[in-house]
Every structure is written in C-alpha cells, then in structure tokens.
Design a protein around this ligand. Structure first.
Ligand SMILES: *Cc1c(COP(=O)(O)O)cnc(C)c1O
Length: 419
C-alpha cells in the first residue's frame, strides 16, 4: 500500500473505530502515522524523521528502543513474560530491591502496577488504609491520572465535572502556597499528594522550602506525604528523584512513565515499613493486580535503572536542561509579545505564552519542521519540552532553531490576522 493510502486508511479506521472527535483534530493538525522509532527520533509512514521533544510525556527518558532494555525484554519474553502469580517472581524482586537501594530510608517496599494512574490509586488506598483517615489534600493544576480515584485528586474541573460524584474527601490547595497547606492539613488528613514539578499543570517547579514545609505539616498531623514522580522520576529533573533536591523523603512515591525504559508499561508505588505494616500487615492481599509486577515489565525496569546509572543520565539531564533553557530563553527574548517565560528543571522545560492560541500555532509549526512537542494537559498556554535524557547538544540546537522559526512564522500569521 502506498504511504498516502496507508495514512488515509488509518485515519479512517481511527475515526470509525476509536475516536472520531480526536481523529478529526489529529488529522486537521496534519499528524502522520508513526511507523518506527529509535533514539531521539520517531519515523512516520513516509519515512520522515521527527525529533522527539515530547518524549512520550516523560516515557522516553532513555530514548526509543534503548538496546539494553530491548535485549532484557527479548531475553525475558523467551523465558516467561507473565508470571504464574503463585511462585516467587525473580525479576520483580530484583527491581524492588534495586528501587529500595536507590531511594533513601525509610522508603523500602514497592507495589507494582501497569500505569501512572494505577500507581496513584495504590498510593491513595495505602494512605487511607494506613491512617484510617478520609481526606486527601492535592494541588490545583496537579495531574495524577484519569481513573476515578486519581481523577478525584487531579486539579482540573474540566475532567472531573462530568463524573461527579467522585471520591469524597479530596481537598485542593494552590500549588506552592505553604499557608494554604497549613490551613488544609489537619487530623483528618490521610495524605498530601504533590508533584515536585507540576507537569500537566504547566511545568511549575515547587518554590524552595515548600516541600520541606509540607513534610513538617504532615509529620505534625500524622498525615502521609506522597510525591507523585510519575513524570519527574529517574533523572528527568537532574537527580534520580526530584524530591532529593528538596531535602525531604516522602512516605509514598509513585513512579511509572520512564520506569519501563520506554519499552514496557509499568507503574510502581514505593512506601515505608510503617505504611506496609498498617496495610499489607493486616491483609497481605489487601491490594493486588493481575498484570502488575509481571516479569517482562520488571526486566525492562531493571535494565532501565541500570542504563540511567551507567549513562549518567541524571547529570546529562541537568547539563542539557541548563543548555536547553538558556537557548530557548535567547530565542524567547526576541518575541516578548508572545513568550512570557521559559522555565523548568533538568529536561522538564516549559515555554509559557502570553495567549492561549499561540501554543497551538507554534506546535503546528514545530511539527511542520520535524519536531514533536505538545502543550501541557491542564494548561494550554504552556508547551513542554521533555526530550530523551540522551539528547545531544546538536539535537537541542536543531530544536531551538525550529522553535525560532516557528515563533517567527506564528508572529507573522498573527500580524496578518490583526490587520
Ligand atoms: C502521566 C501522569 C500520571 C498518570 O499516568 P498514566 O500512566 O497516564 O495513568 C500520574 N501522575 C503524573 C505526575 C503524571 O505525569
């Protein structure tokens, strides 16, 4: 089948059998059909290369199809991809042990699942189960997933309202506001859940001292602190976990996205002996998942963690992140009417525009120039750059040049519309 016909067929089938409304939007935006990927590049149905500066919203920290992760998965698929759920599962225990070695005490145990939302669901249940309390404090603009429990603490009304009533006991505070947190956390609070850098909320870095104050308040009232590192985890912000830069250790930690090395889906919820004793100690099967912790995903996870260490990806994220921010700022300063701010930590970078419409136009222009980018789900004014942590300076230069051209073109289009 020639590539045009293939594209037309996929668009038609997507719209007929998956989601006609999204199909129309994607087709209108001119997206092709992805065919294969490697390193920092995705190739479409025409064989055109796209530099991946979205990185699957944080999934592709190791790039696409990292050879060590692919090899680990190939090896495991020949032995036993899914576990019996009866015998001891060695890849799972090895991954749990590795995670425990990488995190400070008292984080020790890991419950495995298949996605970020599931990792958050487990954290909610363990927090409520361990404390016997109903209230979960969360942040406005925060993103924790779209299953009912995770959605209940995801701070965006647009996604919540059609599904009311949600889980009772969710209470929202503005992100970064320590005083609001003081008013919200009390003796009925099971947990405060927070992203160290809000991803979908628009790439907002927690103000200095905020997490430390949250830790104090949680300790004072016997509440648990959950850091959701589904997006920030495993080097993205310049350290293995973003909480390390805040001088705190959470009671529960959620991971997913890049934990599968960009090859397998996996979610993980880490916790302390105190939390485990109060929950699994009561009933060892109090929370379970059929596919969670399957050997195939865990083999990928273990290989991924080794790659992050061996290739020094934390330091790379920091250095390349600083370079990306500085380069984007140089371009942004030339368009003060459009670009309000460039900010981020490590390779989790956002460009905030002064108007909602600009983001969409710039993304379309970037796609045209062979760069994959997207806006943040809870904040369309911010487009995000989350390339693989293996990205080179030359690839960053290529992306920044595309950003420059995209802004020039967008500014021309808006000027024409204005007259
Ligand atoms: C993406 C994300 C989730 C949800 O993960 P899914 O795998 O899409 O369910 C949860 N929390 C954060 C911080 C995320 O970025």
């Amino acid at each position: 089948m020639d590539s045009d016909r293939r594209h037309a067929q996929v668009v038609e089938d997507f719209s007929e059998y998956v989601n006609p409304y999204l199909g129309k939007l994607m087709n209108f935006a001119g997206f092709g059909v992805e065919d294969h990927a490697e390193g920092c590049f995705v190739y479409d149905h025409e064989g055109r290369a796209f530099l991946d500066f979205l990185g699957g919203y944080g999934v592709f920290s190791l790039g696409h199809r990292h050879p060590k992760v692919v090899a680990a998965v190939e090896d495991q698929v020949r032995k036993m991809p899914l576990g019996s759920k009866v015998f001891f599962n060695e890849p799972m225990t090895l991954l749990a042990k590795k995670l425990a070695q990488m995190t400070p005490e008292p984080l020790q145990y890991t419950f495995f699942s298949n996605s970020g939302a599931e990792a958050v669901e487990a954290a909610i249940k363990l927090a409520k189960g361990a404390t016997g309390r109903p209230k979960i404090v969360a942040t406005e603009g925060g993103y924790h997933g779209k299953t009912l429990g995770a959605l209940s603490i995801t701070g965006r009304k647009k996604y919540q309202e059609p599904f009311y009533p949600l889980m009772p006991g969710a209470d929202f505070v503005p992100f970064g506001d320590a005083e609001a947190l003081e008013r919200a956390i009390d003796g009925t609070t099971a947990a405060f859940i927070v992203e160290v850098v809000q991803g979908e909320g628009g790439i907002h870095v927690a103000p200095s001292g905020y997490l430390r104050r949250a830790r104090e308040l949680c300790d004072q009232y016997g509440a648990l602190l959950i850091t959701d590192e589904v997006q920030t985890g495993l080097g993205r912000t310049g350290t293995m976990f973003a909480f390390e830069q805040e001088g705190i250790v959470p009671d529960l930690l959620t991971l997913a996205k890049c934990l599968g090395g960009g090859v397998m889906p996996i979610g993980a919820t880490m916790g302390t002996p105190a939390v485990w004793e109060a929950t699994f100690g009561r009933n060892s099967l109090i929370h379970t998942s059929t596919f969670g912790g399957n050997p195939l995903a865990c083999a990928a996870g273990l290989a991924a963690l080794q790659v992050v260490e061996e290739e020094n990806l934390c330091q790379k994220a920091k250095d390349r992140g600083d370079y990306l921010v500085a380069s984007l700022r140089r371009v942004g300063e030339m368009y003060p009417d459009f670009v309000a701010e460039i900010r981020g930590r490590g390779l989790m970078v956002g460009a905030e525009f002064t108007m909602d419409e600009v983001g969409e136009l710039v993304i379309a222009q970037l796609t045209k120039r062979g760069l994959i980018a997207a806006y943040t789900l809870n904040n369309p004014r911010v487009i995000r750059f989350e390339p693989p942590l293996i990205v080179s300076e030359a690839e960053i230069d290529q992306a920044v040049a595309a950003f420059d051209e995209a802004l020039a073109e967008t500014s021309k289009m808006l000027a024409e519309l204005a007259v």
